[in-house]
Design a binder for this molecule. Structure first.
Ligand code: CP
Length: 352
């Protein structure tokens, strides 16, 4: 069912993404009122968060709704996701019940569940959020799994606010060093949204082993083709930065070493020079710099870059709030008719 959920921007059209961004921008100009009055949202966090949790809780509250935060395995029961599992391990209940019970209480379920980092062929199935989407009878929203679509919207809005039109601006997603192998979610999402918005996108990474999953490379190439943009891969740092309008930094683990991370460590240790610094930024077209946060200073980017007037890291983080409000209001069909999506969200019943 198109647009019942917000799991990925891959199944939201350019027009639908633009409408979400327009809605978020309108929320920033003028508070939209109690659009979520009488609505409740379950926020299911399997992993830590600063920005996502704060912006979701406050975003729901600010629109007159109520958010319930659940942390399975901590103050909520551990959950099993495997269909047909013989549940003799730690999990006390199955997602089949969890999703349906939460659907009885809440109007929307939002989930953060990072991958397990052991087997990419398993993690790429994104089983947990897809199970929630399959079994819930209310819309489901992705708060970061192997994609981070909410970050995409906040990033896109920040770019739009600074640059105006984004079409054919040179956008560089640069891999950076980090002592640990990190999730590919934000990198996947960066390519998806930058290509969806028609930018000329360069993926800069140490070598072919740091390419992203073919699902995201292919989807991004298709986006670029549809929007008259481009997607280029390079391992040449200076060539990537040359003339860039946007530099987006992120670290991620190389997929061929997934689950065998000790074998990747020497490679990543050799690539500390991918740090975003003043010399590289000087090659750009006065580029904006951003990162999704959290970010290790002077590892991924120097203090001078992060603190420069071209850094939009705080603007991007701030935009999490109105963009997620726009997603929730759209999924729950509580925006004004002019801003409503073309499809009607599935609702089993309405709350008073
Ligand atoms: N960028 C982001 O999602 O931040 P948190 O992990 O703090 O939520």
């Amino acid at each position: 069912m198109l647009n019942h959920n917000f799991l990925t921007t891959r199944d939201w059209s350019r027009a639908e993404i633009d409408a979400l961004l327009d809605t978020a921008a309108s929320f920033k100009r003028e508070h939209p009122g109690p659009m979520l009055s009488g609505k409740s949202v379950a926020l299911v966090f399997f992993n830590p968060s600063l920005r996502t949790r704060t912006s979701m809780e406050l975003g729901v509250w600010s629109l007159g709704g109520h958010a319930v935060v659940l942390e399975p395995g901590k103050a909520a029961w551990p959950i099993e996701f495997t269909p047909g599992a013989i549940m003799d391990g730690d999990a006390e209940e199955h997602v089949r019940e969890v999703a349906r019970v939460l659907s009885e209480y809440c109007d929307l379920i939002a989930v953060r569940k990072f991958p397990g980092f052991q087997d990419w062929s398993v993690d790429r199935l994104d089983t947990a959020i897809n199970a929630f989407a399959e079994h819930a009878t209310v819309p489901v929203m992705n708060l970061e799994t192997i994609e981070h679509p909410c970050q995409e919207l906040a990033h896109a809005l920040a770019l739009r606010e600074r640059l105006g039109t984004l079409e054919n601006k040179k956008y560089v997603l640069t891999w950076t060093y980090h002592p640990k192998p990190l999730n590919t979610a934000v990198a996947n999402s960066s390519l998806l949204i930058a290509t969806k918005l028609g930018m000329d996108v360069t993926l800069l990474c140490p070598d072919e082993r740091y390419l992203l999953d073919e699902r995201y490379m292919t989807a991004s190439r298709k986006n670029a083709e549809a929007q008259d943009g481009s997607l280029t891969v390079t391992h040449d740092i200076d060539a990537a930065y040359e003339g860039a309008d946007v530099v987006y930094a992120k670290s991620w683990g190389a997929l061929p070493f997934y689950g065998n991370w000790s074998n990747e460590q020497p490679i990543r240790d050799q690539n500390r020079h991918f740090i975003v610094d003043e010399r590289k930024m000087a090659l750009t077209n006065n580029a904006l710099f951003s990162h999704c946060l959290p970010m290790r200073r002077n590892i991924k980017a120097t203090d001078a870059v992060v603190d420069s007037p071209n850094s939009i890291v705080i603007e991007e983080a701030a935009n999490r709030l109105p963009t997620q409000q726009a997603v929730m209001a759209t999924l729950l069909n509580t925006t004004t008719p002019a801003l409503a999506p073309t499809s009607t969200p599935k609702r089993k019943h309405t709350h008073a």
